[in-house]
Design a binder for this molecule. Sequence first.
Ligand code: S3P
Length: 178
Amino acid sequence: MQSDRRIVNLALIGFMGTGKTSVGRFVAELLDFHYLDTDEMIQSGTGRTISDIFKADGEPAFRALEEKVVVELAGRTKTVIATGGGLPTNPNNFNSLKAHALVVCLWASPERIWERVKNQSHRPLLHDADPQAKIREMLATREPFYKQADVLLNTELRSVREVAQQIVHQFRLATSSR
Ligand code: S3P
């Protein structure tokens, strides 16, 4: 791990539907940390939903808001940060998170992701004629970014509690050896 890092937070990255919100809340409870979600920060900061921002202003406008929120996060301590699925594809965001957080990626197969998201409608990028193909394609494009995380955890055969406990273990290892 780079020596210029100051790991005081924990960032969860990963594709939509990999469990960042439920796992993140659990980890925050176990570590007695605050919990923040970048999508919620954008929604409360703008007073608009993510769907509305995508629809009215387009994806680049949303990505610019994401980058602004990531800059604000650099001042946080003792915080679990759940990030939107596309956030780490911007290297500025990834580098910024890595400076102050252990970055953990939650992983799942496209089939499992589809199972988890198919009854939800709040994700504009999945409003597609063939959402399953879209998931496969986006996951393949994003895989190299996700794999730059400090820890990569497959969530498929583990409960939320087990995933959260693994993450806490990794966080304690990363912060005690420094
Ligand atoms: C996105 C994921 C969403 C949200 C937006 C775009 C993406 O967050 O940021 O709809 O690009 O993968 P979740 O990963 O929390 O669903």
